[in-house]
Design a protein around this ligand. Structure first.
Ligand code: NDP
Length: 486
């Protein structure tokens, strides 16, 4: 990539201002922590802005602010809370263009996806929570008991970098709608979009303390949130390893956790499927956001009778994943989020090939721009279902393809994973596809290309997590159940 051209691309000509404050108790506030976090553009490898590295004292202040306002916020009538969130939606909608550009710069998502998914999806999710917040409280009776749901309290939200605003919104909007208050720690790699959200929080005039932002290292700020005695629920999205660490911290004080963790989802293509559509959709899904998607269908399972045909289609589709500057219209695949992520992904490709996988597309020697953390769209065939590349979440543009001989074997391979987040089944016979979908130990399955539904419960079986986000199920995650006997 021509650095001079990339750096002066129209998408990058507006400088992003450094941020020096945290948002605590309804105003921009100087941090107690003295460090700074440098934010890199993974396409140009240039630093684009700095944000403060808060510390445990900042977490204390933010939690105290959230705790102080929990009573009045949780006591608001549904219509009043909905009106607050609707103003937030309006303020954030006005920033949609800025959000897409910011994520294209701090993460490297191509603009088309940045606009539709990185900016559009969180707005859709927020709107859905405006509606849920405004609905009358849902209660029911069991014998002589009235069963009610009450907001759990202060929510600590810790989020990753791959869909930075969406993952924030799934937590913050759900928690606020349910009557909770929030302290957010966004990922160090992509904190800038969180600042745009809090600009909108400020403009919308949410009551002081209802939503607080503390940026800083996970090992300091994230750990302080997870261990804080006044945080009633820790809602985390990220790696399984950190999810486990957070669970330990929360367990010490018997606090609730909601975990959205990794995935290694299977795309099961039966022999009677519309093969071209199934494989092309599967390849696009695996490489969305450079493969940095927890729900990505990174294992393609194909009936042996269609295997060679499927590999040819997959190779052609992977070749169409044009690498380049996220601001160029023709770009399908941006860089990975960081140099570390690129090194990890290249290591997995090396390991897969050393373990006997056959390279169908991409690989370590495929041409990539000479600057930026790029890895070409890579397809590995004949992969052993027990091998590292079939078992571990690679979080890069690497698709493994595995043959099977029967529906039973396909289900066994699909379930041969410590994860269970998403998946897909393709068949000309929908009942057969549904039967396979029901046997997959996973939180979501798309049959014959069923579209993502932002109102459906989202979350995982097994080590993919605990709990559900989005829609009514996501709202309920932030409630405690109370039984009142009469
Ligand atoms: P992490 O799980 O480390 O980071 C997610 C969030 O947790 C970030 O905000 C991070 O802060 C914070 N965090 C890190 N350490 C702690 C801690 N000890 N206590 C509390 N919070 C902490 O993911 P990474 O960014 O390191 O990515 C590593 C791998 O995780 C990826 O390669 C991928 O496999 C997987 N991943 C999966 C995601 C998913 O959606 N399933 C999302 C992101 C990553 P900070 O940014 O400061 O480190």
């Amino acid at each position: 990539m021509d650095l001079a051209a990339a750096a002066t691309h129209p998408g990058r000509t507006t400088p992003i201002a450094d941020r020096t404050q945290l948002y605590i108790g309804g105003s921009w506030t100087a941090p107690h922590g003295t460090g700074v976090i440098a934010v890199e553009d993974p396409t140009t490898e240039q630093l684009i802005a700095h944000v403060p590295a808060g510390d445990a004292v900042d977490v204390d202040r933010a939690v105290a602010a959230a705790k102080a306002v929990f009573g009045p916020w949780s006591a608001l009538a549904p219509a009043e809370r909905a009106a607050h969130l609707d103003r937030l939606h309006a303020a954030l909608s006005a920033r949609a263009g800025d959000i897409a550009t910011t994520v294209a710069r701090e993460l490297g998502t191509p603009m088309k996806i940045a606009t539709k998914v990185q900016a559009g999806l969180p707005l859709t999710v927020l709107k859905s929570y405006v509606e849920l917040a405004g609905q009358p409280e849902s209660t029911h009776t069991v014998g002589n008991s009235l069963i009610v749901g009450e907001p759990v309290g202060v929510v600590g939200a810790i989020t990753p970098w791959n869909y930075p605003l969406h993952q924030i919104m799934a937590k913050v909007a759900g928690a606020l709608a349910a009557g909770c208050t929030v302290v957010l720690k966004p990922a160090d790699l992509t904190p800038l979009v969180a600042y745009l959200l809090f600009d909108a929080v400020d403009e919308a005039g949410l009551p002081p303390g209802v939503a607080n932002l503390v940026t800083g290292p996970g090992s300091v700020v994230g750990a302080a949130i997870a261990a804080h005695p006044d945080v009633d629920l820790v809602s985390f999205t990220g790696s399984t390893a950190v999810g486990a660490r957070i669970s330990h911290l929360a367990a010490d004080r018997i606090a609730r956790v909601a975990l959205e963790l990794g995935g290694k989802s299977a795309n099961v293509i039966l022999e009677d499927a519309d093969l071209r559509r199934a494989v092309k959709t599967g390849v696009a899904n695996a490489f969305l956001n450079s493969g940095q998607t927890c729900t990505a269908w990174t294992r393609m399972l194909v009936h042996r009778s269609r295997y060679d045909e499927a590999l040819a289609i997959a190779a052609e589709a992977a070749a169409g994943q044009t690498l380049g500057d996220p601001f160029d219209e023709g770009t399908r695949l941006g860089p990975l989020a960081s140099a570390a992520q690129r090194a990890t992904v290249r290591g997995y490709i090396e390991q897969g090939l050393a373990g006997g996988a056959r390279l169908i597309a991409g690989g370590l020697d495929a041409p990539v721009p000479d600057r930026g953390h790029f890895v070409a769209a890579t397809v590995l065939a004949d992969v052993d279902p027990d091998s590292v590349v079939a078992q571990e979440e690679i979080f890069g543009p690497v698709l493994v393809v595995i043959p099977f001989d029967s529906d039973d074997e396909a289900v066994a391979i699909a379930n041969n994973s410590r994860y269970g987040l998403a998946g897909a089944v393709w068949s000309g016979d929908e009942d057969r596809a549904l039967a396979v979908a029901r046997r997959m130990r996973t939180g979501a399955v798309d049959v014959n290309g069923g579209a993502f539904n932002p109102l459906a419960p989202f979350g995982g079986f097994k080590q993919s997590g605990i709990g559900r986000e989005l829609g009514r199920h996501g709202f309920d995650e932030f409630l405690e159940t109370k039984a009142i006997q009469r």
